[in-house]
Design a protein around this ligand. Structure first.
Ligand SMILES: Cc1cc2nc3c(=O)[nH]c(=O)nc-3n(C[C@H](O)[C@H](O)[C@H](O)COP(=O)(O)O)c2cc1C
Length: 404
């Protein structure tokens, strides 16, 4: 389940592109994430994939005709437009882009689009020259100027056999954009949230480093949850693959020093800082210019380590007025006591206490919230996505209380 999608009515417009088969998977993902998925297929789309494929996945009838009286009395195009929380057209043909830009109303999808006041997302898919044609670029410009979110297309292998721009955007990007659109006006709207994620790597020489096993999943989940609540998110990520997430400003900071600098730069604009990164406490005192060689008589090697900057404490000592700071404590023993000590010493507002190494790399956590007042609150064994949602809701409430 994805909290921002749960119970939301996502109207998925499917048009006559060869990429239609990918829309079946998209519908399934949205359904599994908890959305109520309504599918509208153009006449051309039904030539590629039968409505039954969607119907079996979303467990409701698929809309294919404006003239279907049964559907019209139950939930017509106007009603569907009004009920939609978001309208997504994926894949979007050159033809539908044109009809949407011109405001035509000649089938179920275009009439629904005109009757719809919810955010609209379109994901074009077509052959490169079609996409680059001035007519299509002009229509896309019109749609964007009306506030429509345009996702992709991406470059890659096309059905024609050619390689180029025109592939339907990856499903994750479309889903992320839906989440972004649904989150507009959420309880963190117009708030700046800075999140750190992943471990750091402290170089010994040009090829070796001292690191840790943090995957970055927790921080990425918090960044995405904050975005889903309408926040403007900066995700400062450590030594990990670049997060594939949409609607989040990304800053790479692979070492404790660079992460310290990035946090300090972002902090003045932040309403909340969530330090989910596993930052190294120590770094090698000397970073060798060349690869350290072993010699025939080398038995052991001693590496001198020095302290890295304490980013949480530094942020706590100069946080903007009203800014909320959430830290993480990853401990192998005395979890709650260490978390409480961290809370008091570092000027944080909340510590999320995590037993490690059990939570490294997993999709689940077993954390407790240690706040300024009261006992530690165990969150139980829940997914990191759910934990991120709880952290973000805690922040939203705290910010509200700080204002009053
Ligand atoms: C095999 C085949 C593949 C097609 N793929 C695309 C495509 O990827 N993108 C596109 O814009 N049009 C594509 N078309 C053309 C559209 O199907 C055509 O313009 C149709 O009128 C679109 O109608 P619709 O926008 O109402 O779905 C394809 C046509 C065929 C026969």
């Amino acid at each position: 389940m994805v909290p921002v999608l749960q119970g939301k009515r996502v109207v998925l417009g499917v048009t006559g592109s060869i990429a239609v088969y990918k829309a079946v998977a998209l519908a399934s993902t949205l359904y599994q994430a908890g959305a109520i998925v309504e599918v509208i297929m153009t006449e051309a789309a039904t030539r590629f994939v039968a409505p039954l494929s969607f119907q079996a996945i979303i467990h409701r009838p698929v809309h294919t005709s404006m003239w279907n009286l049964l559907a019209e009395t139950e939930i017509g195009h106007v009603t569907l437009g009004r009920l939609a929380d978001v309208l997504v057209v994926a894949p979007a043909t050159a033809d539908i882009l044109t009809r949407l830009a011109l405001g035509l109303a000649d089938d179920f999808l275009t009439t629904t689009a005109l009757a719809c006041t919810a955010p609209m997302i379109i994901a074009p898919a077509m052959e490169t020259h079609m996409y680059q044609h001035p007519a299509i670029q002009g229509h896309l410009g019109v749609l964007k100027s009306r506030g429509v979110y345009v996702v992709g297309p991406e470059a890659g292998h096309l059905a024609s056999g050619a390689t180029g721009l025109g592939r339907l955007a990856a499903e994750e990007r479309i889903v992320d954009t839906i989440r972004l659109a649904l989150g507009r006006g959420g309880n963190l709207a117009r708030r700046g949230v800075v999140v750190t994620a992943g471990g750091t790597q402290e170089p010994l020489d040009p090829v070796r480093y001292i690191g840790n096993r943090s995957s970055g999943k927790m921080g990425v989940a918090v960044a995405e949850a904050a975005r889903d609540h309408g926040a403007q998110v900066t995700l400062i990520y450590g030594a990990m693959a670049q997060p594939q997430t949409t609607g989040v400003r990304l800053v790479s900071a692979p070492t404790a020093q660079t992460m310290h600098a990035a946090v300090m730069e972002a902090l003045p604009q932040a309403h909340a800082l969530v330090m989910a990164a596993a930052v190294a406490d120590f770094q090698p005192a000397i970073q060798a210019d060349q690869k350290i060689k072993k010699k025939a008589d080398t038995i052991g090697l001693t590496v001198e380590l020095i302290r890295t900057p304490d980013i949480l404490a530094a942020a706590g000592s100069c946080k903007p007025v009203g800014c909320v700071i959430v830290g993480f404590a990853a401990e192998t023993e005395n979890l709650i006591a260490n978390a409480r000590q961290k809370l008091e010493q570092k000027g944080a507002d909340l510590i999320v206490a995590n037993p490690v190494p059990a939570t490294f790399g997993t999709d689940e956590s077993d954390a407790a919230f240690v706040g300024k007042e009261g006992e530690a609150k165990s969150q139980g064994r829940i997914s990191k996505v759910e934990l991120a949602e709880r952290i973000v809701n805690w922040i939203a409430l705290e910010l509200l209380q700080n204002e009053n």
